[in-house]
Design a protein around this ligand. Structure first.
Ligand SMILES: [Zn+2]
Length: 126
């Protein structure tokens, strides 16, 4: 099962139109064959429960699909993704895209690409 959990604060900032983002999200769901996609449209100042590294979207997806987190991975390319995974003690894979921001230090493992992360999961026993 593959679920995308994404922060899109540009919606709340008025930079991106939510209907356009929903179109892009639907494209991703169909093109990638995702099981679901959860999006936080807020920015920090909205103080919502969903914006990563908060766990709102993650917990909602776990509940909706009755996901066993002991058999799951959070894959992300931002520190906030890894911190979110840490909060519920889910294994995490950091994709290092060499962004000019602080890298996380608490991920289970680091991989150079999403493809390599998917390979790692496919080959892991749990
Ligand atoms: Zn939110």
């Amino acid at each position: 099962m593959t679920i995308v959990i994404t922060n899109q604060p540009d919606i709340s900032k008025g930079i991106l139109d939510i209907q356009e983002v929903n179109k892009m999200n639907n494209f991703l769901i169909n093109y990638l064959g995702l099981d679901d996609l959860f999006m936080c449209p807020h920015q920090d100042s909205d103080n919502c429960k969903c914006r990563k590294p908060k766990t709102g979207m993650l917990l909602t997806s776990i509940k909706k699909f009755n996901i066993d987190i002991s058999k799951s991975y959070v894959i992300g390319d931002r520190k906030t993704d890894i911190l979110m995974a840490n909060k519920i003690k889910c294994k995490s894979i950091f994709i290092n895209r060499k962004y000019s921001e602080e890298s996380p230090k608490t991920q289970s493992i680091t991989m150079p690409s999403f493809y390599k992360a998917a390979q790692y999961i496919a080959l892991s026993k749990d």
